[in-house]
Design a protein around this ligand. Structure first.
Ligand code: SF4
Length: 163
């Protein structure tokens, strides 16, 4: 794929985080979003261009929760009462924090590799970004992000694509 992928910062970072697994399984999600196919593109070409988009991005486009350009999904916040129940509000909080940390913004165009370089510096102390989540989950998230990033940059992610 040679087009520019519009993506929320935390969606990209979640994809890199998922690469920590011994074997990454890329298959359609029951929400019908595009995580699996965009993950494959990222794995195949680190020069792929990304355009930072804080709204409904290319992952969201086919999602069943994309209702006329607005995410209507709700979160289970029973274990994290400071998180807003509307996913789009929580996403915006996270993406705003990531943008501030990585010095990117809506409309920034950056390659996958350049984004990963920013993460080499920016993947520390995720407790500042995910401060409303459970501490132990965030500590685990940071470990997985660093491992996924390292595996991606050393081309050692093993993955299966398909159903
Ligand atoms: S943010 Fe909302 S619309 Fe986008 S993929 Fe997630 S649930 Fe779907």
């Amino acid at each position: 794929m040679n087009y520019i992928i519009k993506i929320k910062p935390h969606h990209f970072i979640d994809i890199i985080t998922s690469f920590y697994a011994d074997r990454v399984i890329l298959k359609p999600h029951y929400y019908y979003h595009n995580v699996h196919s965009i993950s494959k593109t990222i794995l195949e070409n680190r020069n792929t261009l990304l355009e930072i988009d804080l709204g409904v991005d290319d992952i969201c486009k086919p999602c069943i929760h994309n209702i006329n350009g607005v995410c209507d999904d709700m979160l289970d916040i029973s274990n994290r009462p400071k998180v807003p129940p509307l996913k789009r509000e929580w996403n915006l909080i996270l993406d705003t924090r990531w943008c501030e940390r990585l010095k990117i913004d809506q409309g920034t165009i950056i390659s996958v590799l350049e984004f990963c370089m920013l993460l080499e510096e920016g993947a520390n102390n995720l407790l500042e970004i995910y401060k409303e989540n459970k501490r132990e989950y965030t500590i685990e998230r940071e470990i997985h992000l660093k491992k996924g990033l390292k595996k991606y940059l050393t081309s050692s992610v093993i993955y299966n694509y398909g159903n």
